[in-house]
Design a binder for this molecule. Sequence first.
Ligand code: SAM
Length: 283
Amino acid sequence: MSTETFGCLYIVPTPIGNLADMTERSIQILRSCDAIAAEDTRHSGQLMQHLGIRANLFALHEHNERQRAEQVIERLQKGETIALISDAGTPLISDPGYVLVQQCRQAGLKVVALPGACAFVTALSGAGLPTDRFSFEGFLPAKPQQRRKRLEQVATDTRTLVFYESPHRIVDTLADMVTTIGTERLLVLARELTKQFETYLSGTIAEVQQQVLSDSNQQRGEMVLILGGAPEVEADDVNPAALKTLNLLRKELPLKKAAALAAEIHGARKNTLYQLALEQDNQ
Ligand code: SAM
């Protein structure tokens, strides 16, 4: 069969709260496709009912994606059109779909991704923190030790950082941010976007933490954390002797250890030395 008679996989975003955020084109594709792969067929069945679409839904989630991908590919090769949706927002963004899209591309099949609702893009565009350079970090690890380690790894990143967070972990995560990043960086907590209780809390990490601790309603619902980037460090800000020690130690030790030792010897800030070394490496 020639590839021209193959079908197409459509990646279709669904609302993150407000059902009116479904685009006309998305509705049209869901209405006309042969089948819809959904993360949770019961959940998506309700959306289809709301849209008045008699859909042929089947489940594709993180536990069966590999096996389902093979079946989807066979169907696409027979000429069918299939849409992929997740429970909310854009599929593949902290949601299943990567394996399927990668395998479809590898098989030379057509994949068309539609634009639409996505929580982190919505939060970022409404937060009032720099958007020229940012890093989407997805969910932080659930285990405290790994979460703190990840936060330490990104602490000196000068880009705006975007995290998804669960209401069960928000209090612990804010405490971990204080420990690993400090109290003074700017932070925005964007909650319940597009829904009735949409809220943006903003301030320093300490201020946002205070607002969340003093009002348990702020610990509820769906949330995105947007952290302002670390300030750029200039070589002039650092004691030249500390920098010299750091560069000597780096020849024998990993950067993190070298920065910690050089900081201790010269009474400098470990993170500043570490960040400066990274910036120099990137020049
Ligand atoms: N695919 C989705 C997207 O495009 O944003 C994300 C799916 S991920 C499993 C779910 C997480 O997205 C939530 O835990 C929360 O961090 C974020 N999220 C989803 N809807 C949201 C909303 N209405 N307001 C704030 N955050 C939301």
